[in-house]
Ligand binder design. Structure first.
Ligand SMILES: [Fe+2]
Length: 391
């Protein structure tokens, strides 16, 4: 490293990450440390009245001498109604400790609802970037039950605006959970399809953060580690859900990828995935699996020395081929036509994707013609080969 360092802007608003198999049991000590009197638990509806909820209630009661209040978030992705419903429960319970357990939906809901306590108003009033939002005094502990969004350490959250196709992006350092608790044993019960799709979201975070124009010497080590760990362990977690090493490493990788994208941002795959979710209700990880190999084939010549690093992380001769092979191993080698069946709908998708702020973070600056070619390529499952691009 003989050259002077490139300028960078690195943010790190999470203050503690704890990883242990069975680490959910540490909640008791964490609650005691924060001297909480009014604990509250936000969980995916998937866990409603299950063994995990009972265990957590018992632990928090023993630690604080108070029964925790529970709020279960609906199975669909958060929207302005569901986050405001959670905020109303928070307002009544006045929690000083919030434990958010689940996938991205539960964590994002808790993050937005908590900020609505200190910044009252409809949810869409606090959406967007660069808002000066007031912090809330409660401690937020996020416990992911799938490796994917990295919401446990990210300073952003997403919720749909009810009655529209708009996905609101919330971004504030005040929203980041103070503590992320990574416990791979909680991922074992996830359906394999969810492990695959949410895992591919983490893969996309890692790759897009690694190649982003805003990547830096601070984000690259996190992003590269996340790519290598997911390349090795995600197919194992998919095939053998009880595999302790695979589940644990995938959770760590997902967390690392989010630490990287907090600063490095993302790219064209996420620019395409957002309207695929908003307009066509494609699950976020599936949308990324459709987009990332074609986007990477498009980017590959612009990646310089990083192209070989991505290829090696996914054990293939080229980066695009590595991602294509991984997608196939996860049974996510699908056609865009399954979700976006007409030329008109595809054109609307291209126009919507070009409006994303992530377009300018992508290593190669895409024109609308490039975007159309990427979407055209996404119509053809690749069987593990590199996607064909007519550009
Ligand atoms: Fe994502």
């Amino acid at each position: 490293m003989e050259e002077a360092p490139q300028p960078f802007n690195f943010v790190h608003s999470n203050r503690r990450v704890i990883s242990a198999w069975g680490g959910i049991d540490k909640l008791a000590d964490l609650a005691k440390e924060s001297r909480t009197k009014r604990p509250m638990v936000v969980m995916d509806a998937f866990f409603e009245n299950g063994e995990l909820a009972t265990r957590i209630a018992g632990m928090l009661y023993a630690a604080c001498g108070a029964e925790p209040a529970f709020h279960y978030v609906p199975a669909h992705e958060p929207d302005t109604d569901s986050v405001e419903a959670c905020a109303a429960v928070f307002a009544a319970a006045a929690p000083d400790l919030i434990v958010a357990i689940g996938g991205g939906s539960a964590m994002d809901t808790a993050k937005i609802a908590r900020l609505l306590l200190s910044n009252p108003g409809p949810a869409d009033a606090i959406a967007g970037f660069g808002k000066q939002l007031k912090t809330h005094a409660s401690v937020l502990i996020a416990v992911p039950t799938t490796a994917g969004t990295g919401s446990e350490v990210s300073e952003s959250a997403i919720a749909g605006k009810v009655g529209s196709d708009i996905k609101l992006i919330f971004r504030s350092q005040e929203m980041t959970p103070q503590i992320a608790l990574l416990d791979g044993s909680l991922c074992v019960s996830a359906p394999a399809k969810v492990t695959a799709a949410s895992g591919f979201d983490a893969v996309t975070h890692a790759v897009e953060a690694y190649v982003s124009k805003a990547s830096s010497v601070m984000t690259d080590p996190y992003a590269e580690s996340a790519m290598r760990l997911l390349g090795k362990w995600l197919p194992v977690a998919y095939k053998v859900p009880t595999h302790q090493a695979a589940q644990s490493w995938c959770l760590i990788a997902s967390c690392q990828a989010a630490i990287a994208f907090n600063s490095a941002n993302l790219g064209l795959a996420h620019a395409i995935a957002a309207p695929l979710g908003a307009l066509h209700h494609v699950p976020h990880g599936v949308a990324n699996a459709l987009a990332l190999p074609a986007v990477t084939a498009y980017n590959e010549a612009s990646l310089g020395a990083k192209a070989a690093v991505v290829a090696s992380a996914f054990a293939a001769p080229t980066a695009a081929m590595g991602l294509s092979k991984l997608r196939l191993a996860l049974d996510l080698d699908l056609s865009l036509d399954n979700f976006v069946p007409t030329d008109d709908a595809r054109e609307r998708l291209a126009q919507a994707a070009m409006k994303s702020g992530q377009v300018r973070m992508n290593p190669r600056l895409a024109t609308i013609a490039d975007m159309r070619a990427i979407l055209e390529s996404m119509r053809v499952p690749t069987g593990g080969a590199s996607p064909e691009l007519a550009i």
